[in-house]
Design a protein around this ligand. Sequence first.
Ligand code: TXA
Ligand code: MG
Length: 311
Amino acid sequence: MSIVSATEENIEQASQILQSGGVVSFPTETVYGLGCDTLNKEAISLVYTLKNRPNNNPLIAHVSNLGDAKKITNGWDDRCDKLASVFWPGPLTLVLNKNKCVPKEASGGGDTIAVRCPSHKTAIKLLTRFGGPISAPSANVSGHTSPTTAIHVQMDFGNELFVLDGGACDKGIESTVISMVGTPTILRPGSIGADAILKIISDTKVQKSDRQNESPGSSDKHYAPKSKLVLQTKELIQNQHGENIVFLVINATPNIGVLVQMPSNPAEYAKYIYAKIREADSMNPKIIYVEKPPNSPEWEAVNDRLRRASS
Ligand code: TXA
Ligand code: MG
């Protein structure tokens, strides 16, 4: 069993596993999720146990339609409508007060719930077949690198888990998370940047978060490979000495070590970032040096993930 292709029959089977309180992994356009029924607290607990996730770190509920998003939240307003009409289905997660139909286990014990409508066609088919919200953190053991292929999921959870294979994820990094409680606040950067969000809700202030602890999963020491990962400028990389080193480079051309070439475009870089970090890590190097991307807004989400992987 384990990894199966995303045929209609297998999506139906995945839906049945969810109906009976089980857990399945499914692809989204960002990363693979570890899904369960949002309204079933035992199923939610199973996800926390499998991931070894601290139970105060809330989960994102995935929906296939606005009706379900409104059902599980309180305070859905015009701003949410605008954001959803532009960015859904897609990699934007909205945090709102939770409706009481959502068990507290699904929101890490807190009063708010994160919700997003993914665009991957397998995710939409599964959500539609299942007929309700599916809570899904990234399908990795807590602290490990996020999975962007079905094989990555299997590497963390083995053969027992039912994984719908939808190919490699297109975006490659997790969704942008924005809190819509009070002043809209970006809690986690993603491929939808602050500029794009400001264009839609320009009447509202969108701050970059200094409230990272409001999104507990955004704490440092995250996405970490086994090997030490160090961010360096092109110049420093160029002059590196030593043995058993892997470099993730954009422009640098060091004379030693193994070179892994990274794309020079931020969206492409994001798409491959986790797979390339895993590739570098699998060589068991003493150290992985990563050439620092530019410090501009379009690189913000990539720089955020690299900073966490290196902390
Ligand atoms: O792209 C994604 O968002 C992927 C796919 C599977 O949808 N999911 C994902 O889930 O990245 P996870 O659990 O790995 O990360 C969710 C992040 C965490 O940082 C968590 O703390 C934050 O969202 N979060 C979830 N619910 C929240 C809430 N109610 N308030 C604040 N932050 C929340
Ligand atoms: Mg995660």
